[in-house]
Design a protein around this ligand. Sequence first.
Ligand SMILES: [Zn+2]
Length: 335
Amino acid sequence: MKRYSRQMLFAPIGKNGQKKLQDSTVLVVGAGALGTVICNHLVRAGVGTLRLVDRDYVEMSNLQRQMLFDEQDVKDAVPKAIAAKNKLKQINSDVTIEAIVTNVTGENILELIETADAVLDGTDNFATRYLLNDICFKENIPFSYGGVVGSRGMTAFFIPNQTPCLRCLINENAEGGQTCDTVGVISPAVDIVSSLQVTEVLKYLTNNLHHLRNTFFTFDGWYNQTYNMKFSQPNPSCLTCGLHKYPALFKNNQQEETVLCGRSTVQIHRRHSMDLAYWSKRLTAVATVQQTPFLLKVHFDEGIQFAIFPDGRVLVQGTEDIGKARTWYDRYIGS
Ligand SMILES: [Zn+2]
């Protein structure tokens, strides 16, 4: 317990709070900019179990802000969830860390959320955020939302039956516009948002409920603005927390093709599994193939790359044009 002495000295947490943290399981979806900072804090703070899900692998452009990764992870093309787990294990070997390399969908979210006491948003897209919001409100689990664009961040901590939900605050049809694609991001903004996300979760898990912020907080660290909007009453006609319809769980949001934020990449997910050894052999004739324990990287001469994952996903890199990606996929993998 010596490891946590400073945290236990902090009166609102104390020994009891520390014990509560150790008994907790948290789900973090996304091991990118927000997710790596979130996991770093949670693991150092001593949560019992951290379940981390991410669909991508580490690339050079991640290192500017994704705090758990280094150049070796880039060289080895390690999936982010695995690379994060490797670092986190060195930081605190007492925490049980479950690293899962997959895409979060309406099909697997219930299994992923099982036994979680809180869910933290480390994603970069609203489709997944609404999915997390809906499953959390359906299963009565708190949801810590965070988002960053440029130097601007926003965060809120939602508790089912007590606060409004993400859908009450941000209209599904209004989202869009700026993404990390077009305006970039600075890493301090990421740190601030993810640290606030974790702070609320620590309050919640240690039963300091009266100190929860209960606001939608936004700031811009570059242009020096902050805005702290007190939660209003939940919207009675909200499809999630008002009418309990949870549309994201039923909507066909498992699109076969998804453009990944700022990555010049299209993800195609048509199969349930892919045998890396088989595809390595098959594609060697037409491309340069690199096989790791977790994925297959396939470099074609024309500047297109595939990353093939055992869960059946193929990332087509070098284009954001879904039609073009589909053509490549059909040519080499087949429909
Ligand atoms: Zn709502």
